[in-house]
Design a protein. Structure first.
Length: 125
């Protein structure tokens, strides 16, 4: 399995937003959506504010593959369910990175529904 380079982790992890396009059944990419991204250790994560019923989240569940772009880096990725054991650390990462938006906005990604729709981004070779 491929892993992120140090530069990729830094650039994507520091990016304010990430563009995510999931693959349809026929292999074509859906239109990208703009979402927040956080880094935890050597992994990158995204969450759906609308939980598992969010349109872009459901799109990631079709083939579990797609493309991201952030921090000047474009990468093909696999979407995997995050280990629920990291949810508290990811909540902290979201609050730290995006605190300037206030708890009313950040609360959209640090609630039970969003936590259930946490995706770990795994680079594809």
């Amino acid at each position: 399995m491929a892993s992120w380079t140090s530069d990729e982790l830094t650039e994507i992890g520091h990016a304010e937003e990430l563009e995510l396009a999931s693959q349809r059944d026929d292999g074509t990419l859906r239109d990208p959506v703009t979402i927040w991204v956080v880094r935890h250790g050597d992994d990158l994560y995204v969450r759906s504010m609308n939980g598992r019923t969010g349109a872009w989240f459901r799109g990631t569940q079709t083939r579990h593959e797609g493309r991201i772009q952030a921090g000047g880096i474009g990468k093909d990725v696999t979407f995997t369910d995050a280990d629920p054991a990291v949810n508290d650390q990811l909540d902290t990462a979201y609050r730290t990175k995006y605190h300037r938006y206030g708890e009313g906005i950040v609360g959209g990604v640090v609630n039970p529904g969003a936590r259930s729709a946490t995706i770990r981004l795994v680079p594809r070779p």
